[in-house]
Design a protein around this ligand. Sequence first.
Ligand SMILES: [Zn+2]
Length: 123
Amino acid sequence: MTAATWGHHDDQSIHHNDQAKPPKQADKPGTANGDRSGKDFTRKGKREVIQENKDQNEGAPHCVDCDEPTNEPKKTVKGDKRDPKETNVDHIVDKANGGDGSPSNGAVRCFLCNITKPPKWPF
Ligand SMILES: [Zn+2]
């Protein structure tokens, strides 16, 4: 599970660091074209992404976009509304672009941000 480094230009100087915190999932570059390229996460993979997020947020998962705490997914019965703050594990690099279905390409988003996120690769 090594992060691919392919001439990726990372200008750290533009990062505004108020506090010394461990890197957040929001700063993960994601990975693509690995073993699980274009695939969904395994259940184990999802658990790892959620655990990583919890470790960064004092035990409670937080959405990488809105930074709000997210809730444990519940079993939904037909007709139930989805919880907009449900914990979703999302691909950082989209599956359509070869994004990996492995924890190195996963981040926690709430359900609402997951369905409303703008396309990241507008080509
Ligand atoms: Zn959110």
